[in-house]
Design a protein around this ligand. Structure first.
Ligand code: GLN
Length: 195
């Protein structure tokens, strides 16, 4: 069975996600229209700027369909801005910003802002053997976790940077920029199990 993975390609580093899926030999498609959304078995929401991704999703008639699909269990994987787009609550968002939902978490945008804009770290990640080398770029942090949410990864100081709830996976960092493809492989497994 063909289970193409969609990459929401409105803004941000969607090309790097396509390349990461290519490196795993996984069929993938850009998603920019409701028809393209209907043709995929799961969706990656890339890093970029969550306020812009939200605005463009509304403008491209994708906001409501994506939100509804996620609510009915469609597999999704958000990285950085994509994690913000999956959070049930956005802290430090703009007043008109909205997410798709999918993860019962509160996520703070630009959580490292005054401290460190961008940095890299080696992390443990549930379901991945060995360390994950992670790039954080104006990254969000998960500050509250609902009772149904599983923590997959934390910084050494305990701050949460990877979560899963049912078929929704969200991470604060960018595996697609460090040549790390094992979290994409984990998501592909979720897509296969869901279908
Ligand atoms: N700070 C960005 C936002 O709020 C996320 C940054 C990123 O995706 N690298 O959407």
């Amino acid at each position: 069975m063909s289970l193409p993975i969609g990459v929401l390609s409105l803004q941000g580093d969607f090309r790097e996600h396509s390349q990461t899926l290519d490196s795993l030999g996984l069929e993938n498609r850009n998603v920019r229209t409701p028809q393209e959304l209907e043709s995929v078995s799961g969706l990656i929401i890339p890093g970029g700027e969550s306020t812009v991704i939200h605005k463009l999703a509304v403008a491209y008639d994708l906001y409501q369909p994506i939100k509804e699909k996620i609510a009915s269990g469609f597999p999704v994987f958000g990285t950085c801005a994509g994690l913000i787009m999956l959070a049930s609550e956005i802290i430090d968002g703009t007043s008109d910003q909205a997410s798709f939902g999918g993860l019962d978490v509160s996520v703070r945008r630009n959580a490292f802002g005054n401290q460190l804009d961008s940095f890299e770290a080696d992390l443990d990640f549930v379901g991945v053997e060995g360390v994950v080398h992670a790039a954080f770029i104006r990254a969000p942090i998960v500050e509250r976790i609902g009772s149904e949410v599983e923590v997959l990864s934390q910084l050494p100081d305990g701050r949460v940077v990877g979560v899963r709830q049912n078929n929704a996976l969200g991470i604060s960092f960018h595996p697609e920029v460090t040549g790390e493809n094992r979290i994409h492989a984990l998501f592909a497994k979720t897509v296969r199990t869901a279908h």
